[in-house]
Each structure stands twice: as structure tokens, then as C-alpha cells.
Design a protein around this ligand. Structure first.
Ligand code: NAP
Length: 309
């Protein structure tokens, strides 16, 4: 049986791995379908402290992984399909394999919801399609961009992009924003934000070099099609937290995010089981906040394990 199993290798999981490994817990870290997590889909990370020139997202995650390995973390590929937290030995099921541990840190992240239209996957990450204005906005200085969505995230992304971009077209499938009133008002009042209502993106268009050159949209009422030129497409239509296998045992909110115990950011209702990073945080969703939560989870897990002895 393992001391602690960490599920996920994004910022939260790898930071937890560094701390748990340095505490001599020899953690087993399970890597799922996207090793390194969401940061590996972005090109340059300019807001992670300690890298004044920025750092490639993939490289940052690779460095975290090596740091964890240096102190004794072990890695295995496994996608957890279900769990059993009913006994003192926590069980994780991945295909035919059953993992057993005393402590568990869940850092499975969240996946941005995507449109599923032609051009989206082809130009995702570095070619003009992205889901993170905080990560990629600065690359679109003095350019026209499109934001898709009508919630708080879309408004936040659109407002953030006004700092860099010449024009931000906000495409929403209805004629009112879902976002909170204050965010909606602020967004629509901004001179650089141009809303396009009742419209869906049907295709993201590429130039001859395979970079985004625009989007083709359709008006849902009239069916009329048109094109909007832009260099970047920011998709902000929500996230899907990767919490499904755990929901029988752990509390999640209406959106599917883990709900921590009162007074804690990472403790779940099952003792010794912690949740850290974007699977429980839909407010900040930053690499550095995820890392902080991973650190907290590892420290609490270490203390909890010590108490059990
Ligand atoms: P959200 O509130 O679920 O909004 C998603 C938006 O995307 C909606 O406007 C939705 O349209 C649209 N959408 C969904 N699927 C689509 C599709 N396939 N094609 C086109 N449009 C689609 O998600 P969110 O904005 O990420 O916010 C999630 C939660 O985090 C919310 O509770 C939000 O308040 C919170 N949040 C808060 C802040 C803040 O307080 N600063 C910032 C970000 C997020 P419909 O409106 O037609 O459904």
C-alpha cells in the first residue's frame, strides 16, 4: 500500500509531488490523458513567478516533474475510472489495476469546454485558438481578436484582452449575457468590446500558414452567415472539472467542482483525501494558485499521515 497517491500532473499535482517527496513519503503520481495539465497547451507562460523572460508551459511542467523525481516521486500512467473511499485503505481503479493508499491528493484539473467546430483543434495552442487570455492575451497586442461565450469567464477574458488588443469581438449565442450584471455592464461599456448577439461560430478560418485569420459565424435567428477577421480566438464557454470518478464519495457543487470542508481550501469530507487545483477552484484557475493548493494538500496530507501512526 502507498503512503500517498497523487492523481494528476498539472501544477497542483506536481507541486504536491515535490512537497510529499521532500517529506520522504515517496508519493506515487498518476498521470492521466494530459500529462502536465492545461499549461502544456499554452506556449509561453509569462506570469509564473521566477521567470522574468517567461517560460514555455511544457518546459515549466517538465521542470516541476524533474524536481519531484529528484526527491523520490514515482510516476505511472493511469486514468482513474472509479474509487472506493469507504474503508481506511483508499482504493483507486484504473482498468484492471487497483491502487491502494492511505492518503490521496486529487489534482485532476478541469478541461476547458470547446466548441467542436472545424479549425478549432487544428489551430489550438500557438496558432491562434486558445482558452486562456491571462496566458496568451499579450501575444495579440494591437490585433483584433474574438471571444466566444457569454458568462463571467467570457467577460473577464474580453476585458483582459482590451489591455492589449485593438478590438475584441464578443460572440454570444443569445441576446443577453449570462455573466453577473456588474461584469456584463463593465464589458459592454468598454469601447474596444463589440458584441455580436445570437450568433454561433461555425468554423475557425486559417490563413495560408495555418494561423487563424477569422471566424465564420451564423446568426441563429436569420441563418445569415458572415466572416469576422481576427488573429486570435479565445473560447470561454466554461470548464468541465474532472471530478466524475469521485462524486460518489466527495461533495461537488452544481458545476461539478469539489467543495472543500469549511475552513480549508483542500480538505474533503473524507479524512486523508484532499483536492487541489482547478478541480476545486473555478475562481482563480492560475498555475501559481494551483501550485499553492497542491502545496497545502501535501502538507496537510503529511500531517494527517503522521497523526495516524
Ligand atoms: P458559464 O457561466 O457556464 O458560461 C458559459 C457561457 O458559454 C454561457 O454564456 C453559455 O451560453 C456559453 N456556451 C456554453 N456552451 C456553448 C457552446 N457550445 N457554444 C457557444 N456558447 C456556449 O461559464 P463561465 O463563464 O466559465 O463561469 C463558470 C462559473 O465561474 C460561473 O459560476 C461564473 O460566475 C464563475 N466565474 C466567476 C468569475 C468572477 O466572479 N470574476 C469569473 C469567471 C467565472 P448560454 O448563456 O446560452 O448558456
Amino acid at each position: 500500500m502507498e503512503n500517498v497517491i497523487i492523481i494528476g500532473t498539472g501544477c497542483a499535482g506536481l507541486t504536491a509531488a515535490v512537497y510529499a517527496a521532500r517529506a520522504n513519503l515517496s508519493p506515487l503520481v498518476l498521470e492521466g490523458a494530459q500529462p502536465g495539465g492545461q499549461l502544456t497547451t499554452t506556449s509561453e507562460v509569462e506570469n509564473y513567478p521566477g521567470f522574468p523572460e517567461g517560460v514555455d508551459g511544457f518546459e515549466l511542467m517538465d521542470r516541476m516533474r524533474k524536481q519531484a523525481e529528484r526527491f523520490g516521486a514515482r510516476f505511472e500512467f493511469a486514468t482513474i475510472e472509479k474509487v472506493d473511499f469507504s474503508g481506511s485503505v483508499r482504493k483507486l481503479y484504473a482498468g484492471d489495476k487497483i491502487y491502494e493508499a492511505r492518503g490521496i491528493i486529487i489534482a485532476t484539473g478541469a478541461s476547458p469546454r470547446l466548441l467542436g467546430v472545424p479549425g478549432e483543434s487544428e489551430m489550438f495552442g500557438g496558432k491562434g485558438v486558445t482558452t486562456c487570455a491571462t496566458c496568451d492575451g499579450a501575444f495579440y497586442r494591437d490585433m483584433d481578436v474574438v471571444v466566444v461565450g457569454g458568462g463571467d469567464s467570457a467577460c473577464e477574458e474580453a476585458l483582459f484582452l482590451t489591455r492589449f488588443c485593438s478590438k475584441v469581438t464578443l460572440i454570444h449565442r443569445r441576446d443577453t449575457l449570462r455573466a453577473s450584471q456588474i461584469m456584463a455592464d463593465r464589458t459592454l461599456a468598454h469601447e474596444k468590446v463589440h458584441p455580436v448577439w445570437d450568433s454561433v461560430v461555425e468554423e475557425i478560418l486559417a490563413d495560408e500558414s495555418g494561423q487563424v485569420r477569422g471566424v465564420r459565424i451564423a446568426n441563429r435567428d436569420s441563418g445569415e452567415r458572415s466572416e469576422i477577421s481576427c488573429k486570435g480566438v479565445f473560447i470561454a464557454i466554461g470548464h468541465i472539472p474532472n471530478t466524475a470518478p469521485f462524486r460518489e464519495f466527495l461533495e461537488v457543487d452544481d458545476l461539478g467542482y469539489f467543495v472543500p470542508e469549511a475552513g480549508s481550501a483542500i480538505r474533503t469530507r473524507v479524512p486523508g483525501v484532499y483536492a487541489a487545483g482547478d478541480c476545486s477552484d473555478h475562481v482563480y484557475r492560475q498555475a501559481v494558485t494551483a501550485a499553492g493548493l497542491g502545496c497545502q494538500a501535501a502538507i496537510e496530507c503529511e500531517r494527517w499521515l503522521a497523526e495516524q501512526e
